[in-house]
Write a protein that binds this ligand. Structure first.
Ligand SMILES: [Zn+2]
Length: 366
């Protein structure tokens, strides 16, 4: 029997420390700090534990340039136990992504790009109608089942070129037909953001909602567009999707003041923005939300319970006796460090979240 003890750990929402007991990869219980015994004791006296982090927006197709990376480098090695590939692949290559996911330690799920070509060869995948093939999409969904959690449509000018709103109308049709929600990337127009927002329904995701480009969700007086408020009211989910170009401190500060908060904090990480910024890691993106004034509980919920709820997989967002261990260990480090957004805007942080490991079943990754 392999018993791992997370010695004197705490959660973000309770100050008391405890020993968390994991037996053969299953959460077995907890006890007063310092009291549990086992053959693998991990000193967690400066650490927090949460259910395993979920990154709702990553690019995990290893061979893709620039929008690709190694699944475990952006997953368990960064303390993230579940990553959701945000439409790197369409019907042509989703089989390859699914295959790679079986070899990864990280749990991988995917949005299927409605364009069959995805982001592999070029990045204007929705500029030609013939790349959206309903039959191929249906076949992929039937073949890969729960691996596919939604459909992805990148609706900004560089992707749709002269097609305007039409690719999103097609995406809406496909979503209604398949019952899978949409993740819609927003950015520079055309199409106009109002047109985009009006087509989104409950459970659809707006990713990059804090982008600092023109055509974002705020008007020139920094007020939320009525179409944006209406979308939120309909139950549209807000996802950060930081990325290289899609997170602005200013927009995030304004949104927070307006009471518009993220459903999920995600990274839009891939090799380039992992190695040279401004993303680096999901932990670093989360640290920016601490800096904005969100509590640690809010920030952690935005990568755990909120994401698990959206996925309809509550077991991924809890620590419960009898469940397979799916945990992230992290620390709050006091350090004076400059954080940069996607606009090159700098903010000085005093507290940074650093991951110290991930536990999936009986395996520990750091
Ligand atoms: Zn992306």
């Amino acid at each position: 029997m392999a018993t791992t003890i997370l010695r004197s750990v705490r959660t973000a929402d309770h100050e008391e420390r405890f020993d968390l007991i994991i037996v053969n990869g299953i959460i077995a219980g907890k006890s007063a700090p310092g009291t549990a015994s086992g053959n693998n004791i991990i000193d967690c006296s400066s650490l927090y534990v949460s259910s395993g982090w979920i990154d709702m927006h990553v690019h995990a197709m290893e061979s893709y340039q620039p929008y690709g990376d190694n699944m475990d480098e952006i997953g368990v090695r960064q303390g993230v136990t579940t990553i959701i590939d945000a439409g790197s692949c369409g019907a042509d290559h989703i089989a390859s992504l699914a295959q790679q996911s079986k070899e990864a330690a990280t749990r991988v799920l995917a949005f299927l790009n409605i364009s069959r070509i995805g982001l592999g060869e070029r990045q204007d995948e929705l500029c030609a109608e013939e790349w959206v093939d309903e039959n191929e999409i249906t076949t992929s969904i039937n073949r890969f089942g729960s691996f596919i959690v939604g459909l992805k449509a990148r609706i900004s000018k560089s992707v749709v070129k002269n097609e305007g709103i039409r690719p999103l109308q097609t995406a809406r049709y496909l979503s209604d037909k398949t019952g899978l929600p949409l993740m819609v990337h927003i950015g520079s127009g055309p199409p106009a953001i109002e047109e985009v927002l009006n087509l989104l329904q409950r459970k659809d995701i707006i990713t990059h909602y804090l982008n600092g480009k023109k055509n974002n969700v705020l008007d020139e007086n920094e007020q939320p567009l009525p179409e944006f408020l209406a979308a939120i009211k309909r139950g549209v989910h807000l996802d950060v999707g930081h990325g290289t170009a899609s997170f602005s401190f200013e927009v995030a500060e304004t949104a927070r003041k307006l009471g518009i908060h993220p459903g999920t904090i995600s990274s839009d990480i891939y090799r380039g923005n992992r190695l040279t910024g401004p993303v680096y890691s999901l932990a670093q993106v989360m640290s920016k939300f601490l800096l904005l004034g969100y509590s640690l509980v809010d920030v952690v919920n935005a990568v755990t319970t909120h994401a698990a709820d959206w996925l309809g997989r509550p077991e991924l967002g809890r620590i419960q006796v009898g469940d397979e261990a799916n945990l992230t260990l992290f620390e709050l480090v006091q350090d004076s460090i400059e954080l940069t957004d996607s606009m090159g805007d700098l903010r000085k942080a005093e507290t940074i979240i650093k991951t110290r490991g991930a536990i999936m079943g009986d395996k520990f990754y750091s």
